[in-house]
Design a protein. Structure first.
Length: 441
């Protein structure tokens, strides 16, 4: 059998400089890129859309771009140089220089400058035409999903019917619950499913729950069955090796929420819970810190929160944190809260549990699958249940300060990226070429 060659779709990584910091899906993409371009024995080429077509670039050029992206995203930033972190810390502690935390400054010009920096690091070149550069029976691996929604970016697969495309679908939330997603997102996800059915030789999903949902979406379109691998994410490397000598964010107890600010994340339930907690506890109410980029309808959610009287003292929205700051904030939090109505995985649960941070999450199918036994699951519409769970975690936190044993990091069985990629490579190697490629309509 010929040696495995991977054409890795780097579209999402190439667009990385358009955002200040990586999201959860971006951190997963970084893990993939680091493996295939830095460590994998298989030959790997970067596949990118360009003004002159879909092109392939060498591993060496991809590595230069990856190194620069990790610098542009402050993946290795010293915590004490994170302006957003320092502003939040100063604000919570009431220091003279403390100011209300804001997202790090960004603008079109700054994004353009970051993109130019990435291009300078990689070097501008024509690359090779994907149709003639990828060898026979190569794997085309698409994890970032962006290209899956754009027909023009996949048409080259009609000319290369020997190529074995492997896609990752994180979920089909826009099709299951379109009320939580902007209309363009629903249309885009429908195209992803159609292109998966048309082109994919194999599919990677994150949970059995996601697998069932994807299979149902494909079946609704009378698509043939696909080889499918359900492979949960390990803990991202960035959340290992926590420096416990660093001072905590604040001496006050606080709960953390991570993820895009959008309706399906259910932030407004926590707003009502915090109003009830304040009515019960007054000034002793713990802080609620919401970390996440603005998603669909974020302005409405943020406005509701900021107009609530207790928000100025007990609820804080923070954007633009470095990964180092988020990790340290999560490690020293009283608890992590994730009340989402629907998820395909739930990465913050895995990250927080691995750090020993107590977690309260919504009782939904994906969370029941990925959450360790230490996580408390509560119905996402049960406000009183969330209040009781938060009070229970808070009482345990106070007990730990008085000598009770604190939570210990959870040794998750899926925490080994080496084993993860071994299973993925075995799955890809065993795939057969597509049957009737491109014939699905």
């Amino acid at each position: 059998m010929a040696a495995l060659v991977v054409g890795y779709d780097a579209t999402r990584l190439f667009l990385g400089p358009l955002s200040l910091t990586p999201r959860g899906i971006d951190r997963i993409e970084l893990e993939y890129a680091r493996h295939f371009f830095r460590h994998a024995s298989a030959d790997c080429l970067a596949v990118l859309p360009t003004p002159w077509g879909i092109r392939c670039y060498s591993r060496e050029r991809a590595l230069r771009g990856l190194d620069r992206l990790e610098q542009l995203w402050p993946e290795c930033l010293d915590l004490q140089r994170d302006e957003v972190w320092l502003a939040l810390k100063g604000h919570l502690e009431g220091t003279p220089q403390g100011r209300a935390p804001q997202a790090a400054r960004d603008s079109f010009a700054m994004r353009a400058q970051r993109m130019a920096s990435l291009l300078k690091a990689t070097g501008i070149g024509l690359g090779g035409d994907v149709s003639s550069t990828l060898p026979e029976q190569a794997i085309y691996l698409n994890i970032g999903q962006i290209s899956l929604a754009i027909p023009l970016l996949l048409r080259w697969l009609q000319r290369r019917t020997d190529i074995r495309p492997v896609f990752m679908l994180h979920d089909v939330i826009p099709l299951e619950t379109p009320e939580y997603v902007e209309p363009a997102g629903v249309r885009g996800h429908a195209r992803m499913i159609e292109h998966t059915a048309r082109y994919a030789a194999g599919l990677v999903v994150t949970t059995q729950a996601a697998k069932a949902a994807v299979c149902a979406a494909l079946a609704e379109r009378d698509a043939p069955a696909l080889p499918m691998l359900a492979l949960p994410f390990p803990v991202p490397s960035a959340f290992r090796d926590v420096n416990t000598d660093l001072p905590p964010l604040t001496s006050k107890p606080y709960f953390l929420v991570c993820g895009a600010i959008e309706p399906r994340k259910n932030h407004l339930l926590l707003l009502e819970v915090w109003k009830r907690l304040y009515a019960r506890m007054g000034a002793a109410t713990p802080l609620l810190i919401i970390v996440g980029a603005s998603g669909w309808h974020a302005q409405f959610i943020e406005d509701r929160i900021r107009r609530t009287p207790i928000a100025s003292t007990h609820i804080h929205i923070v954007k633009g944190l470095s990964t180092a700051a988020l990790k340290h904030m999560m490690r020293s939090a009283t608890g992590l809260l994730m009340p989402s109505f629907i998820e395909g995985f739930g990465l913050p649960i895995v990250e927080a549990a691995s750090l020993g941070t107590p977690v309260v999450a919504s009782d939904i199918e994906a969370h029941r699958e990925v959450a360790p036994d230490t996580v408390r699951l509560v119905d996402p519409i049960d406000g009183q249940g969330w209040e009781r769970a938060i009070l229970s975690v808070l009482e345990r936190h106070r007990g730990s300060r008085n000598g009770t044993s604190p939570s210990e990091p959870v040794d998750l069985h899926r925490s080994d990226w080496g084993s993860y990629f071994e299973r993925l490579t075995e799955f890809m190697t065993g795939l057969e070429r597509r049957r009737n490629p491109g014939s699905f309509t």
